[in-house]
Each structure stands twice: as structure tokens, then as C-alpha cells.
Design a protein around this ligand. Structure first.
Ligand code: IFM
Length: 435
């Protein structure tokens, strides 16, 4: 790897990320059923109908996994807390084993000199809440606030940082408009409501955590560069609309107290009544913004109803999940966020990584990480207040509707034996961080 820790400013944080449902094993420790369990059990939704009941068995192997983080030389570990593990019914009584688990996880990080970076929600909605409409229900922010109080009441005194919701676009648009993630809906009204409620829930969680005296609170959004697929005016407009929905709706709410016109033109009739009054909650001041960035998309015009765009194939080399590799997009979003939304607020790359088939050669992943570190450095040189870089993911894990075969890990996981084997990228990153 060309880039090394010493190229970055002192105190710059290097981390790796995971999420609860993708690694823990939801069949263990009294976790409640989630909408991902039933989504996966429904034919056609997930490759081989795989689910997260066992996953990487991190529930029983937490110490070994944290040892891997420490041996890699990381400064921080980004994990998420499962709502269904902590509150199996979604509301009401907490599961003591679930709280104990996150308590041990945080202490396990601290014992190893790793800063625990918590995300409250990374997609495993308790089924009883899904039964009540999940993110479409206007009560979700209150339920989420209760969950926040419960879990952060236990670990909030020791986490280094916290963010309420990972990737609001996935929670709402991907899951309620495109139907690719649980609950698998394809409905514009459901999507509009979910997009708004997710942001209100974010704001309520921030309020609760501030009330507990916690600091270093942020938001984690995902970004995809949108290129017009051709030179036509139709493609230009379609790409701008894609960019507004994906990259600007959530930032607009969080930092400008409004939603982009290019999104309201399609979604406004479907937003919940009184949505304009929620921006005091949504735009509660933050201490940082986290950016998850992986790829770009080619967007063409489409004759169908709003948003009237269609995906086209792009020319760049692709990862195992067929995503184009476009490292410059990371610099684009770091500067765009700073210039148009966040100003001096610290930014963090909270996810960057690639899926690569396991055939023993990990060179492409090493090159991917190196190129993205290079773009992060270029942004720092251009004055972006970037404070850290997080690789997704520490372990091969459950890649949602794609099941277990898409391998994002620095560490190979044999899902038959649960044996962990650090890959060449793990060793290359360890070397870069040591140097
Ligand atoms: O695996 C996911 C993760 O859950 C959220 N961000 C993107 C990753 C790769 O698809």
C-alpha cells in the first residue's frame, strides 16, 4: 500500500466497521425476530434465503474479533446495536442478555485501546414494530427514542461516538421504494413517510443522547455519485434527480432544514401531514457527519412515472457486487458535504470497502483501499476537516439480500467452521498503520 498512517494528520482515526445483524448471530442471546428474518424467509428476496441467525457467530466470538481489530492496529471499532436484541418486542422490557452483550463489547474495545463508535440502528427492525407499519408509522421516532434511552443508558457513558441510524437512504428508499431490502416495499407513499420518519427518529435519538450527557454525536449517510448515462438533457435531469434523492435529501433535512425541490416535486404529496414542522428535531446540532461511499451510477432518462430514471451499465472495473470502482467520488462527496452542508464540522469516512471473491488473491482490495485513502488525503489537502477513515468490513459477513457469498472482509470467514483468516489486505493495512 502506498499510503501510510504517517501521511495523515496526527490523531486521524483508522477504524473498521461491522453491524449487528450482519455478524452477531440473531438466533443467540434472546434477540427478538426482525423484519430481516421474515424478509429472508420469503422466496425470492435473498440469495438462497440466507438470514442472520448464525452469521459470523460474533455473539460467541466477540473477544477474538476484537483481538483482530487490535492486532490490525486500528484506533477505533465501529459497531451497531441491535434493537431486536436489546428490546425483543421493540418496545417495553429490555433483554438483560442483550444489554450485557453490548456492555461487554464496549468494555472489550476499551480494554484493547479501541475507541467504541456506536450506531444505534443498522436495519434489524423488531418484527412487532414491522407489524405496526415500521418506518411508515409516525410513532417510530418515539419508539426509537425509548430504544436509544435503554441502550445508551447502559453504554452511553463509555462509547467514544454515537450515530442514530446507518444510511437513511437504505432504510427508507432502498427498502420502501426499490423493495430490495426489508420490508421489501415498492410504494411511493411508504417511501416518503419512511424517509421523513427516519430523520425525525434520528433527531429524537440525538435529543435523548444529549439528555444523557453524551457528546461526539453524528449522522451516517451513504452517497453514490450520479453520472448522466449519455449527453441528453433527459439523462442530465434524471441524474440530478437521482443525486437529489440519494445524496441531498437527508443532508438537506439535517443541515438546511429543508428538502430539495427536485425531491419534493415527486414526494411532497406523500409526506406525512405537518412534515414542515419537524425540522427543529431533525436538524439538532451534530458534532460530525459520517460518509459511507462505495461507487457511482450511470443514470438515464426513463418514460415511467417520477422519478423517471433508469440504471445503465458503466464502463469502470467492478467489484464482486458489480459496483463500479470510482475512488474520486470520495473526494467529490467530502468536498461537496463541506462546501454545501457542513462547513467546519468534522467529517469521517464511516464506510469504504469492496466485495471481492475469495480466490486467495486480495490485490484488488489492497488497491481499492489505497486509492480511497489517497482520495481522503487529497480532500484533507483541500482543506476538508476529515477526522477518520473506516474500512467496511472487518469480517466477511451477511451482505443482506446477497447472502454470504459477497466478501467485504479484511478477514475471511469460513461460514461452515467460523474460522477467521486475515487476508492480504488485513496484513497490508496493518503494515500501513504501523509504519
Ligand atoms: O454491508 C453493507 C452495510 O450494511 C451498509 N453499507 C454498505 C455495506 C456494503 O453493501
Amino acid at each position: 500500500m502506498r499510503h501510510r498512517r504517517s501521511d495523515f494528520p496526527p490523531g486521524f482515526l483508522f477504524a473498521a466497521a461491522t453491524s449487528s445483524y450482519q455478524i452477531e448471530g440473531h438466533g443467540f442471546g434472546g434477540a427478538g425476530e426482525t423484519h430481516w428474518d421474515t424478509f429472508a424467509a420469503t422466496p425470492g428476496n435473498v440469495v438462497r434465503a440466507e438470514d442472520g441467525r448464525v452469521a459470523c457467530d460474533h455473539y460467541h466470538r466477540m473477544d477474538a474479533d476484537l483481538d483482530l481489530c487490535a492486532a490490525l492496529g486500528l484506533d477505533a471499532y465501529r459497531f451497531s446495536t441491535s434493537w431486536a436484541r436489546v428490546m425483543p418486542e421493540g418496545t417495553g422490557a429490555a433483554n438483560p442478555k442483550g444489554l450485557d452483550f453490548y456492555d461487554r463489547l464496549v468494555d472489550g474495545c476499551l480494554d484493547r485501546g479501541l475507541k467504541p463508535m456506536a450506531t444505534l440502528y443498522h436495519w434489524e427492525l423488531p418484527s412487532p414494530l414491522a407489524d405496526r407499519g415500521g418506518w411508515r408509522n409516525a410513532d417510530m421516532p418515539d419508539w426509537f427514542a425509548d430504544f436509544t434511552a435503554t441502550v445508551m443508558g447502559r453504554i452511553g457513558d463509555r462509547v467514544f461516538s454515537a450515530a442514530p441510524i446507518n444510511e437513511p437512504w437504505c432504510v427508507s428508499w432502498l427498502s420502501h421504494f426499490e423493495g430490495h431490502h426489508a420490508p421489501g416495499m415498492r410504494d411511493i407513499r411508504a417511501a416518503a413517510r419512511a424517509m421523513h420518519h427516519v430523520l425525525v427518529a434520528h433527531g429524537r435519538a440525538i435529543e435523548v443522547m444529549r439528555g444523557l450527557g453524551m457528546g461526539n454525536l453524528g449522522a451516517v449517510c451513504n452517497f453514490e455519485r450520479a453520472f448522466p448515462a449519455d449527453d441528453s438533457e433527459g439523462a442530465r435531469v434524471a441524474a440530478a434527480r437521482y443525486d437529489a434523492i440519494y445524496n441531498r435529501f437527508f443532508l438537506g433535512g439535517l443541515f438546511h432544514r429543508r428538502y430539495p425541490d427536485l425531491v419534493l416535486e415527486g414526494l411532497e404529496p406523500y409526506l406525512p401531514r405537518g412534515w414542515q414542522d419537524d425540522f427543529d428535531t431533525i436538524a439538532a446540532p451534530l458534532d460530525w457527519l459520517g460518509l459511507n461511499y462505495y461507487t457511482c451510477k450511470r443514470i438515464g432518462a426513463d418514460d415511467g412515472p417520477w422519478p423517471s430514471y433508469a440504471y445503465r451499465k458503466g464502463p469502470l472495473p467492478k467489484t464482486q457486487v458489480d459496483w463500479e470502482i470510482h475512488p474520486e467520488g470520495l473526494h467529490h462527496f467530502l468536498t461537496m458535504a463541506r462546501d454545501e452542508y457542513t462547513g467546519d464540522l468534522p467529517l469521517l469516512v464511516t464506510e469504504s470497502g469492496m466485495a471481492l471473491a475469495h480466490d486467495g488473491n486480495d490485490d484488488a482490495r489492497i488497491a481499492y483501499v489505497d486509492a480511497h485513502l489517497g482520495e481522503a488525503l487529497r480532500a484533507i489537502r483541500d482543506g476538508v476537516p476529515l477526522a477518520g477513515f473506516t474500512y467496511w468490513s472487518l469480517l466477511d459477513n451477511y451482505e443482506w439480500s446477497l447472502g454470504y457469498e459477497k466478501r467485504f472482509g479484511l478477514v475471511h470467514v469460513d461460514f461452515e467452521t467460523q474460522e477467521r483468516t486475515p487476508k492480504a489486505s488485513y496484513h497490508a493495512l496493518a503494515e500501513a498503520l504501523r509504519a
